[in-house]
Design a binder for this molecule. Sequence first.
Ligand code: G6P
Length: 366
Amino acid sequence: GAIDLGPYRHYMQKEIFEQPRAITDTLQGIEGFVPSLFGDKAATVFERINAIQVLACGTSYYSAMTAKYWLESIAGIPTNVEIASEYRYRTPAVNPDALVVVVSQSGETADTLAALKYAKELGHKHSLAICNVGTSAMVRETELSYLTRAGVEIGVASTKAFTTQLTALFLLTMTLAKMRGRLTPEQEHQHLKNLRHLPNALQSVLALEPNIIAWAESFARKENALFLGRGLHYPIALEGALKLKEISYIHAEAYPAGELKHGPLALVTEEMPVVTVAPNDALIEKLKSNMQEVRARGGQLYVFADSDSHLASSEGVHVIRLPEHYGELSPILHVVPLQLLAYHTALARGTDVDKPRNLAKSVTVE
Ligand code: G6P
């Protein structure tokens, strides 16, 4: 290919390991959370909006789902997130003062672009693109934009585009929170510090690769997997399941852990690996009882915990600890081991990791 693989076997693996650099680049030049990051008109636009309507597809939809938790809890802005291919063919009740945000790696996905145009026709006054390609149709069609600097992404399964989208969406959250008087200068300083330390924190997560390779061996022999998460990490569980099915062809589903008892528990046997995204946050105790429900049916738990949580490996419970708990930014760290798990499982199964069957990098026709 045009881009050298260096020491990596696939573009996907290379792109997973490029994430610290991609995030550093995406944060380049940021000294504070100011509207001008999103364009000259952003200060005026952000004053006028009273809600957010996000439209996206695939992995980009999951970064948007994560951002909904941030935008509502931190910035206090009512946020809707919808799959672009659904939105474009229905009749939504439109709030013209809701900022339309399209999230897209390519900026060319046909459904997202059509949904954006439709939203404008329906009367939405303002739009913003979070995009990895500055010359794309979506950036041209929106009045505001924030460019992620992931660099060219070749692997069909998106990785560094996702974590840089999350970074950009966090910047949007912070900027809106600050404008709405919900961020003290001390908090702003602390958040900036946390963001700047993210690439280092990511390096330590990437160093867990050998532990994940050991898990991938047993995953490769399964045909089904369940992913659980709660709150901010429910979309991360969804993204983990998507990565696994895209490249290893293992059927994977994600559920918010509290919903286990309303259906998926019926699927749990000794044959079912249950991947649990378990950061040490306010929901950890609830999650532990969800995990017991799985164990009681013989399910095998594969838990991604944080260093400071009291979760230990035991029979049927495998635990990998992430080096540090990262608060609101934790989804950016917790998705990385799920990318590596999908990658190494696919590798063990011998699939075409960078070009999975039936999928395309960018879907520009309907
Ligand atoms: C395709 C790709 C996915 C991607 C989705 C949305 O399905 O295979 O990896 O998440 O399109 O693409 P976009 O460029 O709009 O983010």
